[in-house]
Structure formats: structure tokens, C-alpha cells
Design a binder for this molecule. Structure first.
Ligand code: CTP
Length: 397
């Protein structure tokens, strides 16, 4: 239920605006209070009268409406809600948000707010796939903005593909999870994820098979529990989690620097598969084949991020969690790794190829702490993430 939760609903100008009428109805059925804001182009698709009738509230339309400024300034309006929802979010409005433009009421509210924001993009498939929109999307996700959809399907313009706005009930369910005051609300949690790439030369690198799936799932589960999550990821295949502060890096050294930039945090989960070594002096130009023989790579050790943070003398997170991906003597190796690195918990797993865990959708982990080793049954990575997030919430209480 969303009883007495105030939602500022910004409707931008797209054909999907008609679905926002149903969204208002669904939100009100659940007890939410909806303050609608219409952009000028939205008024071409839905009328202010139909929106205000369904919302049972005044529609805000113009930045320079002096009555509104006297009643409630745009700054106050932008902060009076529990959540701002932009549905539909057009390519244009996403571009304005990503670049901090504020030239109408909707974009000004979005720039002035300190309230969480959820957007439901809707646009033509080519516009959605355009590198500019994808760049803006990455920026917005990095700013901690939640995104629901778009869905794939037939579009009003006759094309097929991703770009349709999510259905009102899908948006409602995202709103409900965004509003959940979880056990971790008020806690700042760092998650590292994915592999790192260590360059050999400008075109070649050393990598590993981590997909980043477990790290993304953990970040999402922590967001679900209400944590503020800073997600530092290497070049992973897995989709980036919603609702996190996203920091993308490539090498272990960059990851170390990014992690240091996020401190202090209440808890840190190091699920990244960080390369232990880098090429000591990566070549600045492409290494060519020669008749003189094979190239010889010499290695340098990368900083151990988990050990560095675990052994901090001041400002150490209250809870530091490492991962141990092992192929032999899993529990024994992971137990000594915990002591060696100085972290509080180690989540150990067997990544031998026959387990299908590395790059797969399931995981079978053993949680190692001061209390000993506790093996969990094999389950989906999302389920492992939920259980771990619950444990973290309990430990931080
Ligand atoms: N880790 C890290 N920085 C590194 C290497 C590892 O933060 N340079 C973290 C990983 O994110 C993981 C944990 O340390 O949480 C264990 O990583 P793993 O690669 O298994 O440990 P290693 O130190 O490489 O130990 P070993 O070589 O003995 O397996």
C-alpha cells in the first residue's frame, strides 16, 4: 500500500502519456496522493482537466505561474513529495535531466529536488537505442535515478523493439519497492563488482570470466532494503543495477582509487573479481609480431582492495565482506583468506568449471565469519543476494 505517500508525477509529451491517466488511478487506489505536473507537449496528448480530475488535485504546468509561486515555490514543490515519478520520460526530458538543464517547470523541479526520482522512459526504438540516449541513461543511473522499462513490443509509430513505456502496474510495483522503508535505510553500502581489465597494449588486455551477475544482484537487494548503494564495477556483462550510484572503472588500480573515493561507508561488499596482477609496463602502442621471438610479459602486483579497506586504522566500515572464488579446498582456503585479509565475513564459492557458477545464474555459497562456516543450499544469485542483504541489515542494527 502507498497510503498517504505523496508522489509528484511528471507527465512528459509522448503518446504513452495516456497510460499515465491509468497510473494515477492505480496509485490513488493504493492510497497515494498524486501531485501532477504536465509539460507543455504533454498537454497535446492529455488534457490538464482529465489529469486533475483523476488526481483530485491541481495540475502544475508553468514555471512562471505566479499564483503557484505564491502558494508553493518550485523548490518546495520539488521537495514536498516522497518520490518523483516521470512517466512517460521522453528522450528530450532524459537529455535535460542528464545535463542539468532547467528551462521549464518539469526540468527545474527535477534539478531542484533532493527526493528520489524514478523514470519510465517511452520513445521510438531508434531514439531509445541512439548512443546519445544510452549515454544519458548511464548518466542518470549513475546519479542514482531509478529506471523502470522500457518494454519491448509494437510501437505506436509502427516499429517494433524496446521503447514502450512500462505498464501502469509495473510502474506501481517499482514505486512500491522504491518507497519501502527497508532495514538498511540510512546506511551507505559500497559494492564492488565485475572483472577488471588489465591492459597489455592499447588493444589487448588480461581479464577473467566474472560476469558481475552476483554483484549486481547484491546491489539490487541492498537497494531493496533501503540502503544508499555505491556500485563500483569493472567492465561486466551483467546489467547495471537500478537505484545505485554507479562508478565504472576498468583496472584494479582504478577500482582502488574509486573505492577510496566512496569512503566512509557503513558496510562494504567486495564481490569484484579483481585481477591480482597487471602487466608491469603496458605498451603504449600495439605490440607487433617480430621474427625475434615471442613477447615476454612481466607482471606487477595490484593493490589488494579488500585487504586495504579491512585493515584501515580509522574510518573502517563496520562490516567488510569479501568473496573467495576457489576451485580447491574451498572452505579451508576461504577461512585462511578471511584471516589474512582481515575482513569480517567471506562468502566462499566453488568456481570449478563443472559447477557452472562463474557466469551462470546460480550460486552455492558458504558464509564464513567468526561464528564458523555456514553452507547455504544452491540457489539463484538473486536469492543469495537477498539473504546476504538481510544478514547485512541484521549485522548493522
Ligand atoms: N580482492 C580485492 N583486490 C584484489 C584482489 C582481490 O579487493 N587485488 C578481493 C575480491 O574482491 C574478493 C577477495 O579479495 O572479495 C578475494 O579475492 P581472490 O581473488 O579470491 O583472493 P586472492 O587475494 O587473489 O587470493 P588467492 O590468490 O589466494 O586466491
Amino acid at each position: 500500500m502507498l497510503t498517504d505517500k505523496r508522489i509528484l508525477l511528471i507527465i512528459a509529451g509522448g503518446i504513452a502519456a495516456f497510460k499515465s491517466l491509468d497510473l494515477i488511478r492505480r496509485l490513488r487506489e493504493r492510497g497515494a496522493l498524486v501531485t501532477p505536473v504536465l509539460t507543455r507537449s504533454a498537454e497535446e496528448f492529455v488534457t490538464p482537466l482529465s489529469v486533475s480530475s483523476l488526481a483530485g488535485e491541481k495540475v502544475y504546468r508553468d514555471l512562471f505561474d505566479l499564483t503557484d509561486e505564491a502558494e508553493m515555490g518550485h523548490i518546495q514543490l520539488s521537495r514536498s513529495a516522497d518520490l518523483i515519478v516521470v512517466a512517460p520520460a521522453t528522450a528530450d526530458l532524459m537529455a535535460k535531466m542528464a545535463n542539468g538543464l532547467a528551462n521549464d517547470l518539469a526540468s527545474t523541479l527535477l534539478l531542484a529536488t533532493d527526493t528520489p526520482v524514478l523514470i519510465a522512459p517511452a520513445m521510438n526504438v531508434r531514439m531509445w537505442e541512439h548512443p546519445a540516449t544510452q549515454r544519458n541513461l548511464t548518466t542518470l543511473q549513475g546519479d542514482g535515478i531509478g529506471v523502470v522499462g522500457p518494454n519491448e513490443g509494437d510501437m505506436a509509430c509502427g516499429e517494433y523493439g524496446p521503447g514502450r513505456m512500462s505498464e501502469p502496474l509495473e510502474i506501481v510495483s517499482e514505486i512500491e519497492s522504491a518507497m519501502r522503508v527497508g532495514a538498511l535505510s540510512g546506511q551507505r553500502v559500497l559494492v564492488t563488482s565485475g572483472p577488471t581489465h588489465e591492459p597489455i597494449d592499447p588493444v589487448r588486455y588480461i581479464a577473467n570470466r566474472s560476469s558481475g551477475a552476483q554483484g549486481s544482484a547484491i546491489a539490487e537487494a541492498l537497494v531493496e532494503q533501503g540502503a544508499e548503494v555505491i556500485f563500483v564495477t569493472g567492465p561486466a556483462d551483467a546489467a547495471r543495477p537500478n537505484g545505485v550510484h554507479l562508478v565504472e572503472v576498468e583496472t584494479a588500480q582504478e577500482m582502488m582509487q574509486a573505492v577510496q573515493g566512496t569512503l566512509p561507508v557503513d558496510a562494504a561488499v567486495f564481490s569484484a573479481a579483481v585481477a591480482d596482477w597487471r602487466v608491469a609496463s603496458a605498451s603504449e602502442s600495439k605490440i607487433k609480431k617480430t621474427k625475434d621471438g615471442l613477447p615476454v610479459l612481466s607482471f606487477a602486483e595490484n593493490p589488494d582492495i579488500l585487504a586495504t579497506v579491512s585493515q584501515m586504522k580509522s574510518g573502517r566500515p563496520k562490516l567488510v565482506i569479501g568473496f573467495a572464488a576457489e576451485t580447491d579446498d574451498v572452505i579451508e582456503n576461504a577461512t585462511s583468506k578471511r584471516l589474512r585479509k582481515g575482513c569480517d565475513w567471506i562468502v566462499a564459492n566453488d568456481v570449478s568449471p563443472e559447477t557452472g557458477i562463474m557466469g551462470g545464474s546460480e550460486n552455492a555459497v558458504t558464509l564464513i565469519s567468526d561464528d564458523g562456516a555456514e553452507s547455504w543450499p544452491r540457489m539463484g544469485k538473486a536469492e543469495v543476494a537477498c539473504q546476504l542483504a538481510e544478514r547485512i541489515a541484521k549485522a548493522l542494527q
